[in-house]
Structures are given as structure tokens and as C-alpha cells.
Ligand binder design. Structure first.
Ligand code: Q46
Ligand code: ZN
Ligand code: ZN
Length: 313
């Protein structure tokens, strides 16, 4: 049952079970910001003087993170800019709305926004990938290739140290569980709150919401009046991810703090052992012969995808 805010005595609106805290809206939003600050410190994600580019989609997590990092940048001493990709998804004006909402909040907060338009800057869109018959991989897998490539390229061009994304505790614990079950060592080694750069033209990727749950970002936006894009991408199926999240949330209900325990124990005890094994067996990183960005094959997957779309459109 909700009682009084532990910090000010006003009526509490939120219960944070794993921290055993009941909080009013003001102290809850401050708690979330402090929690993200502690995650940044715990995993050494950002240091003073860093240039951080945050990829924003207009969704709840990336917009919450935009506000949180904007509040923390003075205290930690880093530069912050944002990046939005217009993927060219026309159904229900999805991409148009995502771009508009990203522009609105960057303008309001005074955060510089780098805008990428897939059609203008790379010659093709997600809609074209989807309608191109011969591209057989699932659309979200191609979209992942595009987003990883474009965000890295823009962050490199902007001279950033790191690229931040809005992956939250629910995403990360669910994926971790799935990779454990499949014993996918490659994916396990590449998961975690930070993926350091592995060489030239590759920035580190960081996840400051690594220990912040979906419920917390949703409530943070609600109390701060942040209107994120509620609409789902028309290509999202998400059934298996949703199911996995239900599993980790059921675990959390039975055993409070299990999602955080899962990601922390992985990073502290399991990942170092896997990383040592992987460093002996991993492929070398080279530069793509077509675009000059990192790849472990001759031509990177982005360039192969682009070529395949242009052939089949
Ligand atoms: S934008 Fe792209 Fe998502 Fe749409 S096509 Fe799939 S991956 S669902 S986060
Ligand atoms: Zn309070
Ligand atoms: Zn390439």
C-alpha cells in the first residue's frame, strides 16, 4: 500500500519495491535521475569531458534518457547531442511523427540534433527494404543493421567518444535470459552496459538505462509531462520479446530485484570469463572495402544490404 513519501512526507504516488521506497512524483523523478547517475558511475559509462551522442527514436525510453542526460551533463561534465534517423516508414506517418517529436524535445532542451534522412543520405528507406522481394531476412533485423551502422557513422563524424541508446533493464534482462537459454556466447559477450570501441572508426556504445526499468521510464515521462510517441512501428511484431519480458517480470514479482541481480551478476562474474575466451577466438575487425567502416567481412552488412535493395527495388 502507498503511504507517505519517504523523503518529504507528502502523499506517495509510486512504490519502488526493490529500493523499498514510497515516493511522491518530485522525489520519484529525482530518484530515477540518481539511479541513472549511479549506473553511469558503476559501469564507468561516461567521464568528464566526454562527447556523447544519444540516438533518439521519439519513444519513451530515448526521450526519458534525453531529459535525464540533459539534467546530468553539467554535474558529470560531458557534452550531449542527439541523433534521429528518419527511417522512411510511411504507414500512419510513423517516421514523420518520430522526427517531429524528437525535434520538439531537442529544441525545448537546447540539445543539438543531428538528423539523418535515410532516403536523402543513403538512397533507400525501411519501406524499400521491406518491399524489396529478395531481401529475405526479417525486417527488424535489417533495420538493426541500418541503425547500428548509421548511428556509429554519424557519431564518428561528430567526433563523439560514445553513442548512448535507450535500452532499458527490461530489454536487457529479457535478452540476457534468452541468450543464456540458447547459450549464444557471441551475443552474450557483446551484451552489457558498454561495448567498447574495437578500433578505428568505431565509437563505444553505452546504455545508461541498463538498470532502469520500463515502468520507471514510463512513470518518469508521465510525471515530467513528456509526451513520447505512443504509436508502435507498423513493422513491430515483438511477440517473442514481449513474452520474454513477461517471463522476467514474473520472476521479478516472485523475487524482488531479480532483474537487476540478473544483469549485475552477468557483468560481474560471467562476462569477464566469456570475454577472455572470446578474445582468443574472435575475428579481426577490418575496414569495409566499399565504405571504409568497421566490419569482419570484406564488405560490411550495411553495404551488402544497400546493394541488395537497389538491385531489387
Ligand atoms: S523501427 Fe525498425 Fe523497430 Fe520498426 S522496423 Fe523493427 S527495428 S520495429 S525498434
Ligand atoms: Zn517527496
Ligand atoms: Zn560498408
Amino acid at each position: 500500500m502507498l503511504k507517505q513519501c519517504k523523503l518529504c512526507g507528502e502523499p506517495a504516488s509510486v512504490r519502488v519495491p526493490y529500493a523499498r521506497l514510497s515516493l511522491c512524483p518530485k522525489h520519484f523523478t529525482e530518484y530515477v535521475e540518481r539511479h541513472v547517475r549511479n549506473t553511469i558511475k558503476r559501469y564507468k559509462l561516461i567521464k568528464s569531458g566526454d562527447r556523447v551522442v544519444l540516438a533518439i527514436s521519439g519513444g519513451k525510453d530515448s526521450l526519458a534518457l534525453l531529459h535525464i542526460l540533459n539534467n546530468l551533463r553539467g554535474e558529470v561534465g560531458f557534452e550531449l547531442s542527439a541523433l534521429n534517423i528518419d527511417l522512411g516508414i510511411r504507414k500512419d506517418d510513423y517516421s514523420l511523427k518520430a522526427v517531429q517529436i524528437s525535434e520538439k524535445y531537442c529544441r525545448e532542451l537546447g540539445v543539438e540534433l543531428a538528423k539523418v534522412d535515410m532516403k536523402r543520405d543513403f538512397g533507400f528507406t525501411i519501406d524499400e527494404v521491406f518491399s524489396s522481394n529478395h531481401v529475405r531476412r526479417p525486417i527488424c533485423s535489417s533495420c538493426g543493421v541500418i541503425k547500428r551502422y548509421v548511428t556509429n557513422k554519424v557519431a564518428v563524424e561528430l567526433g563523439a567518444n560514445s553513442l548512448a541508446t535507450g535500452h532499458n533493464l527490461d530489454d536487457e534482462s529479457a535478452v540476457l535470459l534468452s541468450n543464456y537459454v540458447k547459450a549464444d556466447i557471441d551475443l552474450l559477450v557483446r551484451s552489457g552496459p558498454m561495448l567498447p570501441s574495437r578500433g578505428e572508426r568505431m565509437v563505444s556504445r553505452i546504455k545508461p538505462l541498463y538498470e532502469t526499468s520500463e515502468k520507471e521510464t514510463t512513470l518518469y515521462n508521465f510525471f515530467k509531462g513528456i509526451q513520447h510517441l505512443e504509436q508502435k512501428c507498423p513493422y513491430a511484431s515483438g511477440a517473442s520479446t514481449l513474452r520474454l519480458k513477461e517471463v522476467v517480470n514474473a520472476l521479478e514479482e516472485e523475487w524482488v530485484g531479480s532483474k537487476i541481480a540478473l544483469v549485475r551478476s552477468f557483468n560481474k562474474k560471467i562476462k569477464p570469463i566469456l570475454a577472455e575466451h572470446y578474445s582468443k577466438n574472435s575475428k579481426d575487425i577490418d575496414l569495409c572495402e566499399a565504405c571504409g567502416y568497421p566490419t569482419s567481412t570484406k564488405i560490411c552488412s550495411f553495404c551488402r544490404l544497400k546493394k541488395s535493395v537497389s538491385k531489387n527495388c
